[in-house]
Design a binder for this molecule. Structure first.
Ligand code: NAP
Length: 493
């Protein structure tokens, strides 16, 4: 082994276990991965603000290019034709799916892709368990190296949890399964017991004296328990908490990739996985704070969930409500001093963002102050509304977060709700039995006039609960597809 620098202290040869396989890393490869790692950090930095997100994306693409080319040049386990064939097959499937998928189905697509990362981590761990020699992790005593067993067990466990958790998240978001929490009796005990068993099995597997290739059956039991816990952790999570689940599974998929990096001795994968894992964890924490949920209770599997949510409930259409026309709306909007636009999932369904920006531009020409208010969980994925408004070239300085704009509704003439529902529902403030209770929402009822765009009075938001704002004195319902309604307002303006 070549010492990287001269040491004054002589290290005795016995310090290195004789069976330890040394994975010599080519310094050029290490340098390339280091540069890729720096690019990924700059990418995250850039993506933290809409104004710098383009450069963030460019850094991310450059880092990924460096990492992929370096890996291709230094491929070890598979041959180049095998790698290229796998890239061609995976790339073609990804290309077709990405082209076909509707923007509104993005969250379930993300969940499905997370499940593949989890499955990949499981398969890498299984391959290393069955054929450790190919991965250079077989000791001279015929056992898999202890440290590799720990990495393998963690990789398999995190990967399996990510896989089964993401499959359930996909089924809930895609409507194949009810969005309501499924609360098993004694679930916290079952979850804690299974987690403790996984940790005990990891220790047992790592410390076992007999751990040759494919030898230890405990590995398979650990894998099965991990698949089960992924399933158990996600089924009790109700509809309104799904955004946190999506970002949490994103974080898990990062840790699963980092674990794969250890097994494959790939520094770029360890760095990238750790970045995805930690940024996903921070995002989950931010989402929890936005929804006034405890982070620990959500990751512990719906702690405190009371049922409800998802598709439960129906709007109580028998209460009196007022219907407005596009002409009424155009007249009042033109006369307003300040208009706050609150976009939600329905804007994404209708793809109304472009015509909405046109409406905003026209109002500004009439001297109206126009602001856009984005709730952290509006839409169906983190940043959903920001992406759509940016796509429509809405200026960044007109877009405000919940805590920055909520105090302004009292001085606002018109709150213009377009395809949003749960994020403006006062039940989150007033009704303890509501599945969204505790989530901070926009104080739209403080505005002088409210325009509420949705397709029908029967439709409910994601959490499936009625909304008192529909029936308020100052509310005018503008029923119809969001894009069509705004087009009519633009015409009238
Ligand atoms: P929402 O509560 O789901 O409400 C969407 C509204 O849009 C409904 O009132 C619906 O009523 C209307 N709508 C649908 N299609 C429309 C169209 N073509 N034209 C006009 N209106 C249309 O949406 P939100 O206020 O954005 O709230 C987000 C919810 O999703 C929260 O509960 C959040 O927890 C959850 N969620 C968020 C994420 C995330 O990461 N952001 C992920 C998963 C779940 P009609 O059917 O009557 O038109």
């Amino acid at each position: 082994m070549v010492a990287p620098f001269e040491s004054a202290v002589e290290i005795p040869a016995e310090a290195f276990p004789p069976e330890a396989a040394v994975h010599a890393v080519n310094p050029w490869v290490a340098l390339a991965y280091l540069i890729a790692g720096i690019c990924f950090i700059l990418a995250l930095r850039g993506l933290s603000s809409p104004a710098t997100s383009r450069s963030g994306n460019r850094y991310g693409m450059a880092g990924m290019l460096i990492a992929v080319v370096t890996t291709l040049v230094t491929h070890e386990i598979a041959s180049l034709p095998e790698i290229l064939a796998a890239i061609a097959i995976g790339g073609a499937i990804g290309f077709v799916i990405a082209r076909r998928i509707a923007m509104t189905a993005m969250p379930q697509l993300v969940a499905a892709f997370h499940s593949l990362v989890g499955l990949a981590a499981v398969l890498v761990a299984v391959a290393a368990f069955l054929n450790p020699d190919a991965f250079g992790i077989l000791g001279a005593d015929g056992n898999i190296l202890t440290v590799s067993r720990v990495e393998m067990a963690l990789g398999a466990a995190i990967g399996a949890i990510t896989f089964s958790g993401s499959v359930i998240a996909f089924a809930k978001l895609n409507g194949n399964m009810s969005g309501s929490p499924i609360l098993l009796p004694g679930r916290h005990l079952i979850n804690l017991g299974t987690l403790a068993a996984i940790l005990a099995m990891t220790a047992g597997f790592a410390l076992s004296a007999h751990a040759g290739p494919g030898e230890h059956p405990i590995f398979w039991v650990l894998l099965a328990a991990s698949f089960a816990i992924g399933f158990l952790l996600i089924i009790p999570i109700g509809g309104a908490d799904m955004p946190v689940v999506v970002s949490m599974l994103n974080s898990y998929s990062g840790w699963a990739a980092a674990a794969m990096g250890f097994t494959l001795h790939n520094t770029a994968m360890i760095v990238t996985g750790a970045l995805v894992g930690s940024s996903g964890a921070i995002l989950s924490y931010i989402m929890c704070r936005a929804m006034n949920r405890s982070f620990l209770s959500v990751i512990a599997g719906g702690f405190g969930a009371q049922g409800g949510g998802g598709d439960a409930g129906e709007a109580r259409t028998e209460r009196p409500w007022k219907r407005g026309s596009a002409e009424d709306a155009a007249f009042l909007l033109k006369e307003a001093g300040q208009v706050i636009i609150i976009p939600g999932y329905g804007m994404a369904v209708a793809q109304a963002q472009h015509v909405l920006r046109e409406m905003g531009d026209l109002l500004k020409e009439h001297g109206v102050t126009v602001k856009y208010a984005i709730h952290p969980v509006a839409g169906r994925m983190p940043g959903h509304m920001n992406v759509l408004l940016a796509e429509a070239n809405v200026p960044y300085d007109e877009v405000f977060e919940l805590e920055d704009i909520n105090s302004e509704f009292a001085q606002t003439d018109v709150a213009f709700i377009i395809g949003a529902n749960d994020v403006v529902n006062p039940a989150a403030r007033n009704d303890r039995s509501s599945p969204i209770y505790g989530m901070p929402v926009f104080d739209v009822e403080k505005a002088k006039t409210i325009f509420f765009i949705k397709r029908s009075m029967g439709g409910v938001g994601y959490a499936g609960v009625d909304n008192d704002v529909f029936y308020m004195d100052q509310t005018m319902m503008l029923l119809g597809d969001a894009k069509k309604v705004v087009e009519e307002i633009v015409k009238a303006l």
